[in-house]
Design a protein around this ligand. Structure first.
Ligand SMILES: [Zn+2]
Length: 430
C-alpha cells in the first residue's frame, strides 16, 4: 500500500464512523432559524480574523455579517479580501461546507454571492441540524460550550459544557447580582458565594453538564497562584463596600487577580468533587490582537500537580505551543489534549502536532475533533479537514514503519470516539 492509499483508506474509515465532536458554540436550531442568513454567514466567525489580518476594517466586517446590505453590496466589501484569505484553513473549511450543502465550490461574482445566499436561505428550515450534524457528520453528540443564556442545549445534538470564567472574574455589584440571579449564589460573603456556586454546578451536572470551561487566557496569563482565603476575601469584600452610587466597577482587572486565582482554584476543586472535566482554553485566541504568551499551557502546571484527581482537558492542543501541551499530557495522567479548532486554524500545524503526539503520548490522551463553530454548516468542512490531517499524520507514521496499519486504525477510533467518550463520561449520551 502506498502512503496515498493508507491515507485514503483512513479517510474512508473516519467517514464511516460515528464520532463525538468535542467542542462547539452552536445555538439551538430554533435560534439559528431565526437568523438572517446569506453567503457571508459561511465566512463569519473565524474567517473574521483572517479578513481583518488581511486589512479589512473591523467596521467593514461588522457590515458584512449584519442584516442590512444586500448580498451584492456585501460582495463589494468582501471580494477584495476574499482573494487574500482563500487558501487559508478557515476558508477551506467554509468552501468544503459550501460545496457539500450548496453545490458551489468558489464564489467568483456578485451573482454567485446572490445565488449562494438564496440557497442558504432556502435550507434555513427545520431539519438543518439533522442534515448537517447527523447525516453529513455522524456526530453522536457535540459538547456545546455555552454561557447562561445558551445552557438549555438540545439533547438530540448536544451535551453542555458551561463557561465559568465570569464566576471567577467578578469585579462589581452588577457582576455579583447577575450571577446570583442566574445561579442563586449569594455574594454577601466569599464563602457563601463559593458554596452557592457549588450547589448550582451540582444541579447543572445532574441535568447532564459534563465540564467547566475556563477561558481566562483571553484576558490574562494562565498561572493561577494558590491564594489564601483572607487575601481573596479582602478583595471580594471591597466590591460591596466600595460600590456607592453609580460607580460601574470597583476592582481593576489586575487588582482583582488574587481573587480570580482563588476562585479558579475553587472552581477546579468543584469540578473534581462533581466528576466534571476542567476544560482550559490554551493557545490561539479567537479574533485578532491578543497576547499569545498568555495562553501557554505550561503555566497551568501547578494546577495539574495540585489536583491529581481532577481531569484537565487542554483545548486547541495549545496551538502553537503543541510541544508544551504534548509534554504535559505525557507527564500527567490527568491531562488530555484536544484538537478542537486546530484543523482549520492550521492544517499544517495540526499534522505536525499529531505526528509529534503519536510519539510522545499514550493513545488515550488525544481528542481528535471539535468544530468550535457558531455556524452549523461549517462543522462539516472542518470535519473533512480533520479527517485529512489525521490521515496524513498517521499514514506518514505507517509509511515510516513507526506504526502498523492496525495501530493507525486504533488511533483514529480512540481520537474520534473512545477518548472523548471516556473523558466526558458519555456512556449515557452516546
Ligand atoms: Zn471554543
Amino acid at each position: 500500500m502506498s502512503i496515498g492509499d493508507v491515507k485514503q483508506s483512513l479517510i474512508e474509515e473516519m467517514s464511516d464512523m460515528d464520532i463525538v465532536d468535542t467542542h462547539e458554540h452552536l445555538p439551538n436550531e430554533a435560534e439559528r432559524l431565526k437568523q438572517q442568513v446569506d453567503f457571508a454567514t459561511l465566512f463569519s466567525h473565524y474567517c473574521r480574523s483572517d479578513l481583518v489580518a488581511a486589512g479589512m476594517a473591523d467596521a467593514q466586517y461588522d457590515c458584512l455579517v449584519a442584516p442590512g446590505l444586500s448580498p451584492s453590496e456585501k460582495w463589494e466589501l468582501f471580494s477584495p479580501y476574499y482573494e487574500l484569505i482563500i487558501s487559508g484553513g478557515y476558508s477551506r473549511a467554509a468552501h468544503l461546507s459550501m460545496e457539500r450543502f450548496y453545490g458551489m465550490s468558489r464564489l467568483t461574482s456578485a451573482a454567485d454571492a446572490e445565488a449562494l445566499s438564496e440557497r442558504i436561505r432556502e435550507a434555513n428550515k427545520p431539519g438543518l441540524y439533522r442534515r448537517v450534524l447527523k447525516d453529513a457528520c455522524r456526530i453522536s453528540t457535540a459538547l456545546n460550550f455555552a454561557d447562561f443564556a445558551g445552557k438549555e442545549v438540545d439533547p438530540e445534538f448536544f451535551t453542555l459544557i458551561l463557561f465559568v470564567t465570569p464566576f471567577a472574574e467578578v469585579a462589581s455589584m452588577g457582576d455579583l447580582q447577575a450571577i446570583e440571579a442566574e445561579t442563586g449564589a449569594c455574594g454577601s460573603s466569599l464563602s457563601r458565594y463559593v458554596d452557592g456556586l457549588a450547589i448550582y454546578l451540582e444541579q447543572q451536572a445532574k441535568k447532564g453538564m459534563k465540564g467547566l470551561k475556563l477561558l481566562s487566557a483571553y484576558m490574562r496569563d494562565l498561572r493561577f497562584d494558590p491564594v489564601d482565603m483572607a487575601t481573596a476575601e479582602r478583595i471580594f469584600n471591597r466590591i460591596a463596600s466600595e460600590s456607592c452610587g453609580m460607580r460601574p466597577s470597583v476592582l481593576g482587572y489586575e487588582e482583582a487577580r488574587p481573587l480570580q486565582d482563588y476562585l479558579v482554584h475553587r472552581l477546579v476543586e468543584i469540578a473534581g468533587d462533581l466528576g466534571l472535566v476542567a476544560v482550559f482554553h490554551t493557545g490561539i485566541q479567537a479574533g485578532n490582537y491578543n497576547n499569545l504568551e498568555n495562553a501557554r499551557p505550561t503555566q497551568l502546571w501547578n494546577m495539574f500537580r495540585r489536583y491529581p484527581r481532577v481531569r484537565f482537558n487542554l483545548l486547541h492542543g495549545g496551538l502553537p505551543f503543541i510541544d508544551e501541551a504534548g509534554l504535559l499530557a505525557k507527564y500527567f495522567p490527568n491531562v488530555t489534549i484536544d484538537m478542537a479548532w486546530m484543523h482549520a486554524g492550521s492544517p499544517e500545524i495540526s499534522i505536525r502536532a499529531l505526528r509529534d503526539w503519536v510519539d510522545l503520548v499514550p493513545r488515550n490522551k488525544v481528542l481528535g475533533f471539535g468544530g468550535d463553530y457558531h455556524v452549523v454548516e461549517k462543522v462539516y468542512g472542518h470535519l473533512v479537514l480533520a479527517r485529512e490531517n489525521i490521515a496524513a499524520a498517521l499514514a506518514d507514521k505507517v509509511e515510516q514503519g513507526a506504526m502498523s496499519r492496525e495501530e493507525a486504525r486504533a488511533w483514529v477510533r480512540a481520537m474520534l470516539w473512545e477518548n472523548p467518550r471516556a473523558l466526558y463520561d458519555l456512556a449515557e449520551q452516546v
